[in-house]
Design a protein around this ligand. Structure first.
Ligand code: FE2
Length: 338
């Protein structure tokens, strides 16, 4: 089965094509200048959609052509089903993938499926790592959750009580950037800059550490770090934010591990690309005798392939009528069964 997946929950417009569990194409275009401006980002997604779609169709055609003639671009008429990221995400951005799915679905008469973005990150990571029943730490800009699967649905055992850890790091990076802090000659602006600056730190600066059961909170740490900016070096603050924030994530994940007795730990989502977080969770998992897994950055960053992949897993009867192909902005992980 050939499924096309369209992703546009936040800064990335992605189009992926999956055939029977194999990713044939995973094309994308991202806009992240200084945070995410909803309207400008949605305009970007609408502008680049035709070229990203064409690039994905070309790549998939090429991949199929290698094993079976004829090669060349894949026509949309050959696609069996369409999947789009239905939520959670930023309203104006989400509307682009929903509108694209409606248009392609109606034009070519193909079944169209709404996919939960968070579940897509988990499912593609399980597929890529081979873990089948992991405790999941899902960390991104908008989401921070500790999750297990129960039957068809995922269950959220713990989550952030305020902002996502990625959002906290992005906000602090922009704050440093507005103070003139640079990395490689450009103003720092995101969590990737924080990770790089942290490597040059000389000392740890104590910051508020907030864990309540299996939930965590990050806004107090952000406020405190913002107050210390200018008094402590940017490098030391970046290092300390990572150490404090990631330690709290390890604590809530470890507590969930003790509760559930799971034997596998999976980290996924945008912040899962951070090497320090990967190392800390891996170490903790090892101490518990658990298998650790993290997918490649291609799947932890937002992408269309994960949406297409989940589209191939969904039962035929879950196809949505065109009128229901609309965004669900606050679509929770535990509301989508698979
Ligand atoms: Fe994501």
């Amino acid at each position: 089965m050939l499924c096309i997946g369209i992703e546009s929950t936040a800064h990335t417009l992605g189009v992926g094509i999956v055939k029977d569990g194999k990713v044939l194409a995973n094309e994308k275009s991202m806009l992240f200048e200084y945070g995410i401006h909803p309207r400008k980002t949605a305009d970007h997604h609408a502008d680049v959609f035709p070229e990203v779609l064409q690039a994905a169709l070309d790549k998939a055609g090429e991949a199929i052509g290698k094993s079976k003639a004829p090669s060349g671009s894949l026509g949309l008429a050959k696609i069996d089903r369409i999947a789009f990221s239905q939520g959670p995400g930023i309203g104006p951005c989400l509307r682009i993938s929903a509108a694209a799915a409606r248009a392609i679905g109606a034009t070519f008469g193909k079944p169209t499926f709404g996919v939960n973005h968070c579940v897509a990150h988990i499912e593609i990571s399980k597929h890529a790592t081979g873990l089948d029943d992991p405790l999941v730490l899902y960390v991104s800009g908008g989401n921070t959750q500790v999750i297990i699967k129960k039957g068809k649905y995922y269950r959220v055992l713990g989550e952030t009580l305020d902002v996502g850890i990625g959002n906290m790091l992005d906000v602090f990076a922009r704050d440093l950037g507005s103070r003139g802090v640079e990395r490689d000659g450009a103003k720092v602006k995101n969590a990737r800059d924080i990770e790089m600056l942290a490597l040059k730190a000389k000392k740890y600066v104590p910051l508020p550490y907030t864990v309540k059961g299996m939930d965590a909170s990050f806004s107090g740490m952000l406020t405190h770090a913002q107050r210390l900016a200018g008094k402590e070096t940017a490098e030391d603050l970046c290092f300390s934010m990572q150490e404090t924030g990631y330690a709290s994530l390890c604590e809530v994940t470890e507590r969930a591990l003790a509760l559930t007795g799971k034997k596998q730990v999976l980290v996924c989502g945008g912040v899962a690309q951070n090497k320090r977080l990967q190392g800390m969770v891996k170490e903790m998992a090892k101490e518990w005798g658990c298998e650790f897994g993290v997918a490649s950055n291609e799947y932890n960053a937002d992408n269309g392939a994960m949406i297409a992949y989940v589209g191939t897993l969904m039962g035929r009867t879950r196809a949505l009528p065109i009128s229901k192909c609309v965004p669900i902005q606050k679509y929770r992980t535990d509301q989508f069964g698979i």
